[in-house]
Design a protein around this ligand. Structure first.
Ligand code: EPZ
Length: 440
């Protein structure tokens, strides 16, 4: 299990930059029962910003990425990019990238804290023909193999060997080819998309993942001069170029953060207006929340999420985009715990993504898990309790349950939460939640 403490440096801008080192015992203490009302600004997308920052390895000119959320994983990525030879600085949600002489090594101590570090593999091979990246290993939600990344890069001419837990890759200039993924993999599609941008000739990615974050990465690369067509569909065509240019790009808003706050409105019986909220990209989530009795509508000021009737149960199966996102499974399950009737949740993407279930049950939820399926029976109320976060979205689920529970909930190990939610306690306090971060 990862341990990490946050040394908060107060920058001249007054903005707190969260960086991680050591043991973190922060917890969130929540007194539930308050219907949340008001406006929330949705931050830039973690899962779009991470590949876009790694794609900066491909650049030979300075670049500026804006709307980058102030998150632990972002600062981990910046630290890694600086170790690889780029010069990256973060200030006011903006990352300035100065390319430099690249080094090939992504060390285990960094990679083990953030699996997405494997996204430096494709860009390093494309730029300097070599890479030594620690094998990410598994995490709480599953084995998370990277075989599809390696298979695709091998088809493009790379060769790999595994030494002391490191993937060591070498290649001459990567060559475009046809690659069919065994399954739609977000990271695999992103790694190959980046590698193909500087490869020789055309690359066609089939059975590619279609997530909006991949579209955002492709749009960033096109801004730099890459020749990409079909992004957002399951067949992507890339014509390799010899170099990418400079420029500026704004990261898309975070659809999973937005979905999480939609659930916050529903579970507390409140009404939240989400500014900078992606709406089309949340179609499968909005459809499911509406089927539970929520009303979620686009307005000129943002997306209004409210719950006017008693919640009713529904069934969800997580799928690759545009299906219901696995990253919203834990959050909607919290909502189901207080809905009338039964709900069935099938997790089809990851093999161990029910870590939030036992913690929700400590709060009075009635859930029965059988394999990849959880049966949720709605209860009248949840009661506050000390609970333990195990991964990013499980943490969010416990916070949501705590906002609705009677009494006080303490969510421990919230360094998981800080990976993907920017100042969540500040955003929730601003709409009425009784929540505070406490150092144990
Ligand atoms: C990305 O992870 C996201 N992370 C995850 O979000 C998200 O849950 C996941 O996509 C699915 O949407 C980032 O974008 C940084 P995958 P990724 O490759 O790329 C199997 C969060 O909470 N697979 O699409 O690692 C894999 O085991 C995080 O923000 C292989 O078998 O996911 C899984 O079952 C959690 N071999 C399935 O594919 C491979 O080489 C989907 O994984 C690659 C993947």
């Amino acid at each position: 299990m990862l341990q990490g403490t946050f040394d908060k440096e107060q920058r001249s801008s007054g903005q707190t930059i969260i960086s991680c080192s050591g043991e973190d015992m922060d917890k969130l203490v929540i007194e539930g029962g308050v219907p949340l009302t008001g406006g929330i600004d949705i931050s830039g997308s973690k899962n779009a910003a991470l590949p876009i920052l790694f794609a900066c390895i491909l650049l030979s000119k300075p670049f500026t990425v804006t709307n980058v959320p102030n998150l632990r994983d972002i600062h981990t990525t910046i630290k890694l990019l600086n170790m690889l030879g780029c010069t990256c600085t973060y200030s006011e949600h903006c990352v300035q990238v100065e390319p430099g002489d690249l080094l090939p090594e992504a060390p285990y101590d960094l990679v083990r804290t953030m699996r997405a570090s494997v996204l430096c593999l494709g860009p390093l091979l494309a730029r300097i023909g070599r890479a030594r990246v620690a094998l990410p290993g598994g995490c709480a939600i599953g084995a998370r193999p990277v075989d599809q990344h390696l298979k695709g890069l091998e088809l493009m001419g790379a060769s790999f060997q595994l030494e002391e837990g490191y993937i060591i890759g070498r290649c001459r200039r990567l060559k475009g080819t046809h690659i069919t993924f065994d399954m739609p993999t977000v990271g695999g599609t992103e790694n190959l998309l980046m590698a193909a941008s500087l490869a020789e000739g055309e690359t066609v990615l089939k059975n590619a993942a279609r997530e909006p974050e991949i579209v955002d990465l492709a749009n960033f690369l096109r801004t730099c001069g890459a020749k990409i067509e079909g992004h957002g569909t399951s067949v992507i065509h890339i014509q390799g170029v010899t170099s990418l240019s400079d420029g500026q790009y704004a990261v898309m808003p975070d659809r999973i953060e937005a979905g999480t706050f939609m659930v916050a409105a529903g579970i507390t019986g409140g009404e939240l207006l989400l500014h900078n909220c992606p709406f089309q990209e949340l179609e499968s989530v909005v459809r499911k929340l509406n089927s539970m009795g929520m009303e979620i509508n686009e307005t000129p000021e943002g997306v209004l999420a409210r719950c006017a009737v008693p919640l009713r149960g529904t069934d969800v199966k997580t799928q690759p985009y545009p299906g219901f996102p696995t990253d919203m499974q834990a959050q909607i399950m919290a909502l189901m715990c207080l809905a009338d009737g039964a709900s069935v949740v099938e997790e089809s993407i990851f093999e161990n993504r029910f870590m939030h279930v036992l913690e929700l049950m400590r709060m009075g939820a009635q859930i029965k898990v059988s394999g990849h399926t959880a049966m949720v029976r709605g209860v009248q109320k949840l009661t506050g309790a000390p609970v333990m976060a195990s991964d990013l979205r499980a943490s969010a689920s416990l916070v949501l349950a705590g906002l609705a529970a009677q009494g006080v909930t303490e969510v421990r190990r919230i360094y998981h939460l800080d990976r993907g939610y920017e100042h969540i306690e500040h955003k929730l306090t601003a709409v009425g939640a009784r929540i505070q971060r406490v150092q144990e």
